[in-house]
Design a protein around this ligand. Structure first.
Ligand SMILES: C[S@@+](CC[C@H](N)C(=O)[O-])C[C@H]1O[C@@H](n2cnc3c(N)ncnc32)[C@H](O)[C@@H]1O
Length: 258
């Protein structure tokens, strides 16, 4: 299972500033359509990039709670959200929120539910803390739908198989609509947000993510150190030749609590 310790938290930061992920955050914000003064929960807030943007959207009269179970991620979120008194960061679990029922106007949960052993419990908790008419935006990735140029297909498949074992729900998007409905959400809409890279650059998603993915697969014993290095070097070479191609879809679900 992926552990968000200090090292992972710092590595993750790199991918969060990639332009594709900046766009993903703006699509999430757009979906939530926040108003000044609203109360928002960022469930599994990580290093606080979205939390900070939510805080700007609701202004100083609003209230943004960021909950995460990793102290290392919260530490970075605290630094990021300094000077925003409307932000309240707390260590806790999405499956067992400490907030009172019907507290928030909006809830967001991006790339978190795939880590939960009880996804329904997490969704039920977010439903509980939302006010009637409150909005939710959940974003998840279909990691089984990765499209990647590679000279060693089998090795690439093994790399991504490590990810499959790392989380309880690697292809959650196909189930999410039904799970949201089962917990009482309505007006469910879904949009695909592709992350497409045709270059392998240090500042794009691929450049930041694949190093981490190769390192993780190696740690899990799915590939050797040599294979991980070979895979990364193959991707870099494809990049140099202008033959690099990567695409994966994020899925943004919006719904309302009746
Ligand atoms: C990939 S990061 C996403 C962070 C942030 N939502 C974003 O999109 O930038 C996943 C986060 O979920 C947190 N997390 C995983 N399981 C959790 C749980 N049960 N309760 C709270 N946070 C959790 C991790 O600590 C990590 O910060």
């Amino acid at each position: 299972m992926v552990e968000y310790d200090e090292k992972a938290a710092r590595e993750m930061e790199r991918s969060y500033i990639a332009p594709e992920i900046v766009l993903q955050r703006s699509r999430t914000l757009e979906a939530l359509a926040l108003h000044s003064g609203e109360y928002v929960l960022d469930a599994g807030c990580g290093t606080g990039f979205l939390t900070q943007e939510l805080a700007m959207a609701v202004g100083s009269g609003g209230w943004v709670v960021g909950v995460d179970n990793s102290p290392a991620m919260l530490e970075l979120a605290t630094q990021r959200c300094q000077g925003l008194p409307q932000v309240h960061l707390k260590q806790g679990s999405v499956e067992e929120l400490l907030e009172k029922k019907e507290t928030f106007d909006a809830v967001t949960c991006t790339q978190v539910l795939l880590y939960l052993s009880e996804v329904s419990q997490g969704i039920a908790e977010m439903h509980r803390v939302l006010k009637q008419g409150g909005r939710i935006a959940v974003l998840e990735t279909d990691w089984r739908g990765v499209v990647l140029s590679s000279t060693d297909e089998a090795l690439s498949r093994r790399m991504f198989s490590a990810w499959d074992c790392a989380v309880p729900s690697p292809n959650l998007p196909v189930l999410l609509g039904a799970l949201l409905r089962a917990q009482g959400f309505t007006d469910i809409r879904v949009d695909a947000i592709p992350i497409l890279n045709t270059s392998y650059a240090p500042d794009n998603f691929s450049g930041a993510m694949f190093e981490w993915a190769a390192h993780y697969a190696q740690e899990q014993g799915v590939v050797t150190e040599e294979e991980a290095a070979m895979w990364l070097s193959d991707l870099a070479k494809l990049g140099e030749k202008g033959e690099f191609f990567f695409c994966v879809n994020r899925f943004l679900f919006n719904a309302v609590k009746l």
